[in-house]
Design a protein around this ligand. Structure first.
Ligand code: NAD
Length: 284
């Protein structure tokens, strides 16, 4: 079997195209969606992510503001910035780029963001509502993966999904969103014994670990759908995922590449959540 390559760039562009008319309506009403991105310190990877997010906003007509703060910023000073953005009517989404310097509690900052402006979907209120139902924002990476599967016409209900990784931003919410779509869900992690035993039973394998080529052809069954969240570097410094793409592509029925798979979907869902937030604000 040769796997269908799931093109996250193309799906992301299709979704962005759909967002354009919604953004245009908001602009015509005088309330364009607005995203504030707060960057503390000089983490190079964070700077790259932030500039990609801002570029995507500009391309779609979303107003965006970048607030850059020095590495030595105190938690109190950052909370003041967040509170001001909470009260700013031009801003519908607040994104504080993680990781934060050690002197700042990430939990305190995330909890200070108004849940209705938490377009990253990390606030406990949004996480709780993702579980119990109600108006919420979902974390962009797992939400993007659900959209990607749906876009490909993959029926999630009844499928056995095995997620490798249990982080708060990817693995755990991925499990909840798949459960909401009626999948049977297994979550594996660093203490899981015999990882391949679990992943080989999966109709859908989602790798979100951060270890290059952890998932090989021996970890999947024939015809599995393989989604690779990982972003690692190979020995030549080239971006690669958690999945041995070359080894798995002849065994899987569908597979995402790295780059060009999950990554573009994550940014797209940030744009979607910001647009949704602006629409909700307008209805109030
Ligand atoms: P994390 O470091 O917070 O979590 C990694 C998880 O992997 C942990 O839950 C841990 O238990 C598990 N793990 C570690 N070693 C393992 C092993 N040997 N077997 C099974 N499980 C193991 O990472 P994260 O923030 O969830 O990110 C995971 C990867 O996804 C990273 O490479 C990150 O860069 C990437 N990522 C990509 C996007 C995107 O948009 N493409 C978004 C977020 C994260």
């Amino acid at each position: 079997m040769t796997a269908e390559i799931i093109d996250g760039r193309k799906i992301g562009l299709d979704i962005r195209e759909e967002l354009k008319s919604r953004i245009e309506k908001l602009r015509e009403s005088g309330q364009p969606p607005g995203l504030a991105v707060v960057l503390v310190g000089h983490n190079q990877a964070s700077k790259t992510y932030v500039s990609m997010k801002q570029k995507a906003c500009t391309e779609l007509g979303i107003y965006s503001e970048l607030i850059e703060l020095p590495e030595e910023t105190t938690e109190a000073a950052l909370l003041e910035v967040v509170n001001a953005l909470n009260e700013n009517d031009r801003i519908h989404g607040i994104l504080v780029q993680l990781p934060l310097p050690d002197q700042i509690s990430e939990a305190a900052v995330i909890e200070a963001i108004k849940p209705e402006k938490d377009v990253d979907g990390f606030h406990p209120v949004n996480i709780g509502r993702m579980q119990t139902g109600g108006e919420a924002f979902y974390p962009c990476t797992p939400y993007g993966i659900i959209k990607m599967l749906e876009h490909k016409g993959i029926n999630i209900a009844g499928k056995h999904a095995v997620i490798v990784g249990r982080s708060n931003i990817v693995g755990k919410p991925m499990g909840q969103l798949l459960l909401n779509k009626h999948a049977t869900v297994t979550i594996c992690h660093s203490r899981t014994e015999n990882l391949a035993y679990h992943t080989k039973q999966a109709d859908i394998v989602i790798a979100a670990v951060g270890i290059r080529h952890l998932i090989t052809a021996d970890h999947i069954k024939d015809g599995a759908i393989v989604i690779d969240v990982g972003m690692n570097r190979d020995d030549a410094g080239k971006l690669c995922g958690d999945v041995d793409f070359e080894g798995c592509k002849d065994k899987a029925s569908a597979i995402t590449p790295v780059p060009g798979g999950v990554g573009p979907m994550t940014i797209t869902m940030l744009l979607a959540n910001t647009t949704e937030s602006a629409e909700r604000a307008r209805m109030k």
